[in-house]
Structures are given as structure tokens and as C-alpha cells.
Design a protein around this ligand. Structure first.
Ligand code: APR
Length: 314
């Protein structure tokens, strides 16, 4: 039977993820969004692009969540972004945003449980680690079936800047970024290579530090240019996670996973190297971190813990 992927939220990241997935021809796609008819409209527009580019697969959309019924994978981007309140002109505080999106996520989780109880959830809505926490708790799914998109994007940004610096193909740059987005990102330059050659032998420490800093601030750089968040790279990171799951490729993709002892952490979503396959997180790869890397990961875990506390569970 053909795979089915549901895009729960058809805004910029949701619709662009659908775009990449459509070209991969790995599943029928459904786009759901509560805003007007954008789910149906974007789905039809994308469906009509198939003949021009030569891809097959059904693409439909709706503002009725029942459309996600029976999905193998649900990509969740529904939520409210961090933007100025038009009346007060103020940005919501971090905690206010957590509460707003917590309410959204609780409804999303109920619908996924109802319509796609056997699905694997790839979550993108920020603040990611806290939203993943809500999703896991409210669906009651096994932890391996709730996965946050975090490192796939940061790693892609990191590799872009390295390939650009050296003038080599992005295909030959290997490396991962662990931890959370932004300030709590944990880069691993000692494990980054270009066709197997350690990057530390090719790029000076000073330049590598600048690349890492740019990666950390990668989201902000795009917001500074666009006035809102990026979506091509976030969607691409999401699409490769879905591909690895549906094709059971078992790619190693840094993802926010619910820790149950891995790296010594418990009951928190943390960005770690995960093997993604048909069961979701097939396993987490553990390896020895240096004291400095461990300290950065601890800092990341602390940041997640403080946001999860805002949820007010237990
Ligand atoms: N059910 C379904 N859709 C919803 C709901 C809901 N309860 N609440 C909001 N939405 C929809 C909005 O109508 C909107 O179309 O979620 C979509 C979010 O899309 P955008 O505002 O375009 O945001 P986007 O850039 O796609 O980012 C989505 O991903 O990377 C993260 O930080 C980002 O949390 C944000 C999320």
C-alpha cells in the first residue's frame, strides 16, 4: 500500500516540506491547516505542478483534521510563530509563547491520536523540545515515535558554510550538530570531515569558530533578511527525516529524541545522533564526548528543562 504523509500545518515550513516530499515520490500527501482553505489550496497548486516536473502521487488538502486519517508519518508545523502583537507592538515572552503553542499542541496531539494512532510524528513547531514533550505526553505514543526536527537543519547550515568556505561539494562534507537550536547548539568540529579529511586540518580554528557562530545564529540571520523565519532549509531537514523513516534507510540524523538514559539524560528531548527508520528512532548512537562538548550538551539539557518547566505538568 502507498505511504501517506500528513502535513499538520500548511504554512511556510509545512507546505515547503510537502513540496520536497512530492518530488521524492515517496508518499501520497495530505495538507491540513485551520486557516481558511490554505490546506486545500496549496495542495491543489502543488498537485498541479506534478505534470510539469514529472512526479506522481496524490496531494490533497483540507481544513478538516480527519484528512490525516491513517497517515504513516505526521509532520507537525502547526503553531503560532514569534511575532509582534499588532495591538501592543510587543513580542510575546518566551513563556507566553510556550503556553500559546502548548494549547495548540494539545489539540494537535488529540487529533493525531484519534486519526493517525499508528503514525510516527516528526515535530517542527517551536519551542521544539517543549512541544515534543507535550506531543509525547498527550498522544501517549512510544517515545521512538515522536521525533523533533532540530539537528537536521543546523547540520545542513553548518555543512553549507564549510563547503562554501572550501569551495567543495556539499556532498563531501560530513558532520553533525547536537543539542538544541541556537545558543545551545553543540557543534562537533573534531568529528567533521571533508571526504574523510578532518576539517580541522583544512580550516583554521578562527574561521571554524566563525562558521560555528554563524550556524548558531543561522535562524536569526534569515529572520533579519526576511522579517520572518526561514522555511526552505527547515523543510529540507524535515523531508530527509521523513524519507529515512519511510524508506527505512536508517540514516544517522541528529534529532530531538526523548532520552531514557542516553548520554545520562532522562525524560527530556535532546538533540542526539539518531538512526531513523520505519520504527521511528531505531536507536541513538552514543560515543564519548570531550569535557567541553559534554558541558555544552549539559547546558542544552538545562535550557530544555527550564522550558519544559513552563508547561506546568506534574
Ligand atoms: N491546527 C492546524 N494548523 C494550525 C493551528 C492548529 N491548531 N494553529 C496554527 N496553525 C497553522 C497556521 O494557520 C499556519 O498556516 O500553522 C501554520 C504555521 O505556519 P507559519 O505561520 O507559516 O509558520 P512556519 O514558518 O511554517 O513555521 C512553523 O515551524 O520552524 C518552526 O518556529 C517555526 O514554530 C514554527 C513552525
Amino acid at each position: 500500500m502507498k505511504n501517506k504523509v500528513a502535513l499538520y500545518g500548511a504554512g511556510n515550513v509545512g507546505a515547503t516540506t510537502a513540496h520536497w516530499l512530492a518530488q521524492m515520490e515517496i508518499a501520497d500527501l495530505v495538507l491540513f491547516d485551520i486557516f481558511g482553505q490554505i490546506g486545500a489550496g496549496k495542495a491543489l497548486d502543488l498537485y498541479e505542478s506534478g505534470p510539469a516536473l514529472g512526479f506522481d502521487g496524490r496531494i490533497t488538502g483540507s481544513n478538516d483534521p480527519a484528512i490525516i486519517e491513517g497517515a504513516d508519518v505526521v509532520v507537525v508545523t502547526a503553531g503560532v510563530p514569534r511575532r509582534k502583537d499588532p495591538e501592543t507592538g510587543k513580542f510575546p515572552s518566551r513563556d507566553e509563547l510556550v503556553k500559546i503553542n502548548q494549547e495548540v499542541m494539545e489539540v494537535v496531539a488529540e487529533n493525531i491520536k484519534k486519526y493517525a494512532p499508528d503514525s510516527i510524528v516528526v515535530l517542527v513547531t517551536n519551542p521544539l523540545d517543549a512541544m515534543a514533550h507535550v506531543m509525547l505526553r498527550k498522544t501517549g505514543f512510544e517515545p521512538r515515535r515522536v521525533i523533533g526536527q532540530a539537528g537536521a537543519l543546523d547540520t545542513a547550515r553548518y555543512k553549507t558554510f564549510i563547503a562554501d568556505e572550501l569551495g567543495v561539494s556539499v556532498e563531501d562534507v560530513h558532520g553533525i550538530v547536537l543539542g538544541g537550536h541556537g545558543d545551545t547548539m553543540v557543534p562537533l568540529p573534531r568529528l567533521t570531515s571533508v571526504a574523510g579529511i578532518p576539517v580541522t586540518e583544512l580550516i583554521s580554528q578562527e574561521k571554524l569558530d566563525a562558521i560555528i557562530e554563524r550556524t548558531r545564529k543561522g535562524g536569526g540571520e534569515i529572520v533579519g533578511l526576511l522579517g520572518y523565519s526561514g522555511y526552505y532549509a527547515p523543510a529540507a531537514g524535515t523531508a530527509i527525516m521523513v524519507e529515512s523513516i519511510l524508506k527505512d534507510k536508517k540514516r544517522v540524523i541528529p534529532s530531538a529524541i526523548y532520552t531514557q538514559g542516553e548520554y545520562g539524560y532522562h525524560d527530556l528531548f535532546i538533540g542526539l545522533p539518531a538512526v531513523l527508520g520505519r520504527n521511528g528512532v531505531e536507536r541513538v548512537i552514543e560515543f564519548e564526548l570531550t569535557a567541553e562538548e559534554r558541558a555544552m550538551l549539559d547546558h542544552s539539557a538545562e535550557a530544555v528543562r527550564s522550558v519544559v518547566a513552563v508547561l506546568g505538568y506534574d
